[in-house]
Design a binder for this molecule. Structure first.
Ligand SMILES: *[C@@H]1O[C@H](CO)[C@@H](O)[C@H](O)[C@H]1NC(C)=O
Length: 223
C-alpha cells in the first residue's frame, strides 16, 4: 500500500513551513472582545490575554467610571513630569476593550523620557501649554512637532518617543492607546535601572563610553 504523502514526516514539516509563510490576518492591536464587556476581576490572575470577567450581575455603572485622571500629578520628580494611567490595572472596566489613556503633567522644562509602548499606537492631545513631541523610526528618522492646546500627534506602535514641555508654564496632555495595557519600556530605566542590572561591559560597548559614565548614569536611577 502506498503511503499517503500528506502524512509523511517530510510533508508535515514542509506544510508547516508553507502555513507559516502564508500572510497572517492583520493583528494590529488587542484582540476583539466576544461580549459587550468583561470588567476585570483583578483578584484572579491574568491568564494569557487579559483578566477573567467579574460576574455581570455584580457590575455597576461605577465599573465603567474612572476618576483617576482628574487630578494633577506631582511633577517634582527628576524628569519634571508625572504620568497617571487609566489602564486595565487601574480601571478594570477597560478589560477586553482594547483602549486606555494616560494623563501627563509637565513642569516647565519637564520631559516624559524616551520610551516605547510595545503593544499600542498612541495619540497625544495637548490640553494646556506647549509640548515638543517626537519619535524615531526603526530606520532612525526623527519626526517631531510642537503642539498647542487642542492639537494632536500620533506615535506609531512600538517606536521610541518623548514629550518635552517647551513652554514657560505647566503643560498638560492626555494620551490614548489602542490597548488596555500598552506597556512602557522607559529607556533610561530599562537600560540603567533593570534588576538585576545589565552588565557594565555591555553598556560600555553599546554606548562607546567609559565605565565611569555608565556608573554615573546608573547612579541617577538609584542603582
Ligand atoms: C505623581 O503624582 C502623584 C500624585 O501627586 C504622586 O503620588 C506620585 O508620587 C507622583 N509620581 C512621581 C513619579 O512623581
Amino acid at each position: 500500500m502506498m503511503k499517503n504523502p500528506s502524512t509523511s514526516p517530510f510533508c508535515m514539516l514542509s506544510c508547516l513551513i508553507v502555513l507559516l509563510a502564508l500572510p497572517l490576518p492583520p493583528l494590529l492591536a488587542d484582540p476583539d472582545s466576544l461580549q459587550d464587556f468583561c470588567v476585570a476581576d483583578l483578584s484572579a490572575s491574568a491568564s494569557g490575554n487579559g483578566f477573567p470577567c467579574k460576574p455581570a450581575s455584580k457590575v455597576s455603572s461605577d465599573d465603567f467610571f474612572f476618576d483617576g485622571l482628574s487630578k494633577e500629578g506631582d511633577t517634582t520628580g527628576i524628569f519634571g513630569t508625572n504620568l497617571t494611567s487609566a489602564n486595565v490595572l487601574s480601571f478594570p472596566g477597560l478589560n477586553t476593550l482594547g483602549v486606555s489613556m494616560n494623563r501627563v503633567d509637565f513642569a516647565p522644562g519637564g520631559v516624559n523620557p524616551l520610551h516605547s509602548h510595545p503593544r499600542a499606537s498612541e495619540t497625544v492631545l495637548v490640553i494646556k501649554g506647549r509640548l515638543l513631541v517626537g519619535f524615531v523610526t526603526t530606520g532612525n528618522v526623527y519626526f517631531s512637532k510642537v503642539l498647542r492646546p487642542g492639537q494632536l500627534f500620533v506615535i506609531p506602535k512600538g517606536l521610541v518617543h518623548f514629550q518635552r514641555n517647551v513652554g514657560k508654564n505647566k503643560a498638560l496632555a492626555f494620551t490614548s492607546f489602542n490597548s488596555q495595557l500598552p506597556g512602557a519600556a522607559v529607556l533610561p530605566l530599562n537600560l540603567f535601572a533593570s534588576k538585576p542590572s545589565i552588565p557594565n561591559n555591555v553598556l560600555r560597548k553599546t554606548f562607546q563610553v567609559e565605565d565611569s559614565v555608565v556608573n554615573s548614569i546608573k547612579s541617577k536611577f538609584g542603582s
